[in-house]
Design a protein around this ligand. Structure first.
Ligand code: SF4
Ligand code: SF4
Length: 169
């Protein structure tokens, strides 16, 4: 496919879509956004192109002490269990399922096992029901390079290995 937006033949088709659509090329460069996307965001393509680039760093420079866990707003939860399926099949089996009708939550995050991957919040159909919460610690940033050089990571509460956690009650 020609990556030039002027040669992009599907533009007209996507312009009629009611849902916001944006297209990236293999280098993650934004090629095209439709009118619904511009209406939804209030921005033009030229306004956003390249703005995320200063935030892109090599993986070895990421802070290993940056700790996120998922949190469920039980008031918003409709009990669809999509989050449980996603975490069970695609992440770290960090969501506990409870019997329905027991007066308690249907799903619950197991914070010790959650790796903060965000998958559950991506599949949750209820806006704002699952949010990612930072767990503060008193340790400074430690990158992979620092860790390889001998710096210690911030201790976390009891850790569950997936294989161990699979035997949970
Ligand atoms: S953030 Fe990832 S590991 Fe944590 S509960 Fe959600 S899907 Fe599971
Ligand atoms: S995906 Fe969202 S609404 Fe569905 S059970 Fe999980 S937290 Fe509740």
């Amino acid at each position: 496919m020609n990556e030039s937006t002027s040669d992009f033949r599907w533009q007209g088709f996507f312009q009629h879509a009611a849902q916001p659509i944006f297209l990236l090329n293999r280098r993650r460069r934004v090629l095209f956004v439709n009118r619904a996307w511009e209406t939804c965001t209030g921005l033009k393509l030229a306004d956003v192109r390249g703005r995320a680039l200063p935030n892109v760093v090599k993986w070895e420079d990421l802070d290993l002490n940056y700790h996120l866990v998922a949190a469920i707003d039980q008031e918003k939860c409709i009990g669809c269990e999509l989050c449980w399926t996603a975490c069970e099949d695609g992440a770290h089996q960090a969501i506990r399922r409870h019997p329905r009708g027991n007066g308690g939550p249907v799903v619950e995050i197991i914070e010790e096992a959650c790796v903060g991957c965000n998958l559950c919040s991506q599949v949750c159909p209820v806006q704002g029901c699952i949010t990612m919460q930072q767990v503060p610690n008193a340790f400074g940033a430690v990158t992979w390079k620092d860790y390889s050089a001998g710096r210690k990571l911030a201790p976390r509460s009891e850790q569950f290995h997936t294989a161990t956690w699979a035997n949970r009650a």
